[in-house]
Every structure is written in structure tokens, then in C-alpha cells.
Design a protein around this ligand. Structure first.
Ligand code: SF4
Length: 370
């Protein structure tokens, strides 16, 4: 559970389990929502209200984002990692992965291949390898990529606030850090060794980045590790906390569903499409102003539908192996991706699907004043 919550697991679970249709109706009727409304809207009692939740989420989404969908691409710059996350085939112990860290020239080639598709927002991703991905190296990558893309975000090992200041100065404005699970016991089980075993250091990542000037703070848990309703309650509490502490930044939600890996990990708590949609609609209604992204882990039909009601942001044409866009001529069978992609459409097809849904594709929605 998010540590600052003053309720126990049992109290929260009882609240969600005992939510009634009347409580759901009352939450849906409100103009401004709080944490208790989120609990009502993710409950089993809210499931028959999905059509009304779609309608209200769409209104909330349009109020803040209009009929637009922002697109981005992830760029994996390296997959060496000193952590031992049980659900990831980039973990240190997994021998079936070809390990690579791209050179600056290779990163530039990858970036140019992405930019040619029209995409102007980039998420730079790397495993946790402090010898390779130092702040100085990441800053150099940022300065180089800033000449290619309008918006840069980072998904790398958590850094100290000072490090984030340097990275922000280098051009990174967004940060993504999945807590994976808010349950401390499960967290210890899933992260038995390496720096990532430190729950609190990871939990406070967005706070340090926000204080350093980052303007988009991405939060998520991995859907499938723990019971989704319990995790969603903590995610919402984390978001309310960040909105207060880092009020100049924007919280961004992601809902990454974890899948079975080649290395043999099977998610202990499956989350189906209905659960995922209910959760995304509930978050859109309760947090209308926050950004929300939908991953390439999801199937095209789900992605095309959810950007009409909840998500305002999606990846397109993603490759999740370092060198996957241009450097590797062809990914070999020994190349292990970080997770399985369900939407393999090229960017142009994703853009066409967004337009077919009556929405506009946005490549850039922000400019620095200087
Ligand atoms: S999830 Fe991230 S930190 Fe964990 S093993 Fe995979 S790449 Fe490393």
C-alpha cells in the first residue's frame, strides 16, 4: 500500500468490496472527484455502469485534451542491467538475452529512423547499469537528441535530485518510473537483489524529478503482479500526493499489463480487458487533467477504442530491443525484447486509425519559451 495512506489494506479492500450501486451513482454525479470516488469507480459494483463511465470519461478527456491523441516512440539505448526483477528478461541472471549498449552514433541512427515517421516525442529507455548509463552519459544523449525531437522523456534507473537537474538541463522534461507494485512484501519478493530492491528510493523518484523541474511525472504499477484494485488505490494516492508536492508538473498514468516471459515468468494476477478499461475510465473521471498513455503491449482494437474515452497519449511503431529501428538489420531469435508487443502496426497505420476515430494526431504540443 502507498506508505502515506492512513488506511490499512483490509480497510481499503472492505471499502471497495462493499461499494454499492448507490455509492457509484453518487460518485458519477459529482463534478470534482476524490480518492474515495476512485475506490467506488473501480469496485465490482461499478461494472454495470461501464457505458455511463465511458460517456463521462470521454467528456472529461475532451475537456482537457480535445479530439487529439499525442504519439511518441520508445528508444531503447541499452539492455544491460544489474537488477534481478523476476518478471523481466533483461534481469542480470537471464542468460538468453543478447546484451547491447548503443553508441552515440547508433542512438542517433535510431533517433533519425523514428523521426522520419513524423514522431516528435521520444522516451529514452535503458536497463539499470550505473557503469554505462551515468548521468553524464545520459545528459550527452539528451543534448544530442534534443536537436532531433521536440520532447524527450526518460525511463532509466532512478537518480538523485541533483542528477535530475543535470538531465533536465540537458533537455529531458518527462520521467517515467513504474513502482511495479505498491505492496512492500510483494515488492521485496519481485526485486530480490540490486539497487531496485530499495522500495522507498524508487517510490520517491517522481518527487525528486519534480523538484528538479521535470514537468511530466509518469507513474504506474505492473498489472498482473498484485490484485489490480489494491494497486490502483495506491496509484491514485501516489498521484494525489505528487499533485500536491509537485503542483507545477503533470502526473501521467500508464497501465502496463505484464505478460508471460520467455524466461518463464507467469503473472500471478491476470487482468482482463474489462478490468483494464474500467480502471482507465475511473482514472480519467477522477483525474481529468492528468495525462494517460496506452501501451503497445495492448492489442490494436483496445488501443483504438481507449483513446476515444480515456487515454490521450500512445506509442506507435515501438521496438523494445536496443537497435530495433535501424541498427539491427533484422532482430535475431536470440534478441530478447523487454516485453511482448501486441500492436505491431507501423506508425502510419496507427495515425490512420486515430484519424478514422475522428481525432487529430499531435506530434508536438509544447514549446519552451527560450
Ligand atoms: S525491469 Fe528494468 S530494472 Fe528490472 S531487470 Fe528489467 S530492465 Fe532491469
Amino acid at each position: 500500500m502507498f506508505p502515506l495512506l492512513k488506511y490499512s489494506d483490509a480497510e481499503v479492500e472492505a471499502f471497495v468490496a462493499n461499494a454499492t450501486a448507490g455509492a457509484v451513482r453518487a460518485s458519477l454525479a459529482k463534478d470534482r472527484h476524490d480518492w474515495f470516488d476512485l475506490l467506488n469507480l473501480i469496485s465490482g459494483a461499478a461494472r454495470p455502469f461501464l457505458p455511463e463511465m465511458r460517456r463521462l470519461a470521454q467528456i472529461a478527456r475532451r475537456r482537457y485534451y480535445g479530439k487529439t491523441v499525442s504519439v511518441y516512440a520508445p528508444l531503447y539505448i541499452g539492455n544491460t542491467c544489474i537488477n534481478s526483477c523476476r518478471y523481466c528478461d533483461f534481469r542480470r541472471q537471464h542468460t538468453g538475452t543478447v546484451r547491447r549498449n548503443l553508441t552515440l552514433d547508433e542512438i542517433r541512427s535510431e533517433a533519425e529512423a523514428i523521426r522520419k515517421t513524423g514522431i516528435d516525442s521520444l522516451l529514452v529507455v535503458a536497463g539499470e547499469d550505473p557503469k554505462v548509463n551515468t548521468v553524464a552519459h545520459l545528459a550527452e544523449v539528451g543534448r544530442m537528441l534534443k536537436s532531433v525531437f521536440s520532447y524527450l522523456a526518460l525511463e532509466v534507473a532512478p537518480q538523485a535530485e541533483e542528477g535530475y537537474r543535470e538531465l533536465f538541463a540537458a533537455g529531458f522534461e518527462g520521467l517515467t518510473c513504474f513502482q511495479e507494485t505498491y505492496d512492500q512484501t510483494l515488492y521485496r519478493e519481485m526485486h530480490p537483489a540490486g539497487p531496485k530492491a530499495d522500495y522507498d528510493w524508487r517510490l520517491n523518484t517522481q518527487l525528486r524529478a519534480g523538484r528538479a523541474g521535470f514537468r511530466i511525472l509518469g507513474c504506474a504499477f505492473l498489472l498482473g503482479l498484485g490484485p489490480w484494485r489494491r494497486e490502483a488505490v495506491s496509484l491514485a494516492a501516489h498521484a494525489f500526493y505528487l499533485m500536491k508536492e509537485c503542483y507545477e508538473a503533470k502526473v501521467q498514468f500508464a497501465f502496463p499489463r505484464i505478460c508471460r516471459t520467455d524466461g518463464g515468468f507467469a503473472p500471478p494476477c491476470e487482468v482482463d480487458d474489462g478490468d483494464l478499461e474500467q480502471m482507465m475510465l475511473a482514472f480519467r473521471i477522477v483525474f481529468p487533467q492528468c495525462c494517460m498513455t496506452v501501451s503497445t503491449r495492448e492489442a490494436p482494437a483496445f488501443r483504438d477504442r481507449i483513446v476515444l474515452t480515456a487515454a490521450d497519449n500512445m506509442s506507435a511503431g515501438s521496438r523494445v530491443t536496443p537497435g530495433g529501428y535501424a541498427v539491427l538489420e533484422k532482430e535475431t531469435s536470440a534478441d530478447v525484447a523487454q516485453f511482448t508487443l501486441s500492436d505491431g502496426r507501423p506508425p502510419a497505420e496507427v495515425f490512420a486509425a486515430i484519424r478514422a476515430g475522428g481525432q487529430e494526431v499531435v506530434f508536438k504540443n509544447w514549446d519552451n519559451r527560450i
